[in-house]
Design a protein around this ligand. Structure first.
Ligand SMILES: [Zn+2]
Ligand SMILES: [Zn+2]
Length: 203
């Protein structure tokens, strides 16, 4: 796919933007925009984000229906193990033609929700560039990935986590436990021995 030099996130849509009822497939990798998550959980800037779907032209703009797949790095909430896996998110976004587009400051802000006539579903709105020749998906990728980062990632559903007392990984040591009961009894036993000793002295 030819990419314009001004943005690695611009997709040429000139051929479908000319009239309604056209469709153009998208199936390519784009670099992850900056600012998605942090060190603990996020998508590294520049990591390949796959976009697979299509642009369909309607009267007042283009609709992108696609699946976005990004390599998310995270930490298991319970055992803190590093996780690296592909995260897939389905998106629907609207790219209105210039006449309908409201001013956006460089496409950095979150698109406004537009209600398409006859549809109850709301969609996020993103910019077309160069008089409709290109769709800019940078903000779409950022918004979608930021909003869909997993909040409580787990290495597996039944992760046993870490021992709350010593931090041992309970997945690796399923039988690990602390003999708190025995410790208490040994303390009592020592106290009992001490009391008995004092009793002996008094005699
Ligand atoms: Zn875990
Ligand atoms: Zn422990």
């Amino acid at each position: 796919m030819a990419r314009p030099e001004f943005s690695p996130w611009a997709i040429s849509v000139a051929q479908v933007a000319s009239r309604a009822g056209q469709s153009k497939e998208v199936d390519a990798d784009f670099p992850a925009p900056s600012g998605i998550g942090d060190e603990v959980i996020g998508v590294e800037e520049g990591a390949p984000v796959h976009v697979s779907g299509s642009f369909d032209s309607i009267v007042d703009g283009l609709i992108l229906v696609a699946r976005i797949t990004a390599p998310v790095h995270a930490e298991c909430t319970r055992c803190l193990r590093p996780l690296k896996r592909d995260w897939g998110i389905d998106v629907t976004a609207f790219f209105p033609y210039e006449s309908d587009a409201k001013a956006k400051d460089g496409g950095k802000t979150k698109g406004e929700v537009e209600i398409i006539a006859g549809e109850e579903e709301s969609e996020d709105t993103y910019p077309l560039l160069e008089n409709g020749a290109f769709a800019d998906i940078e903000a779409l990728l950022r918004d979608t990935l930021v909003e869909n980062l997993p909040l409580q990632p787990l290495c597996r559903e039944d992760c046993r986590g870490l021992c709350s007392q010593c931090g041992v990984d309970l997945n690796e040591h399923p039988d690990h436990h602390h003999d708190v009961v025995d410790n208490r009894f040994s303390g009592l036993a020592a106290l009992k021995a001490q009391l008995e000793a004092e009793e002996q002295e008094r005699k």
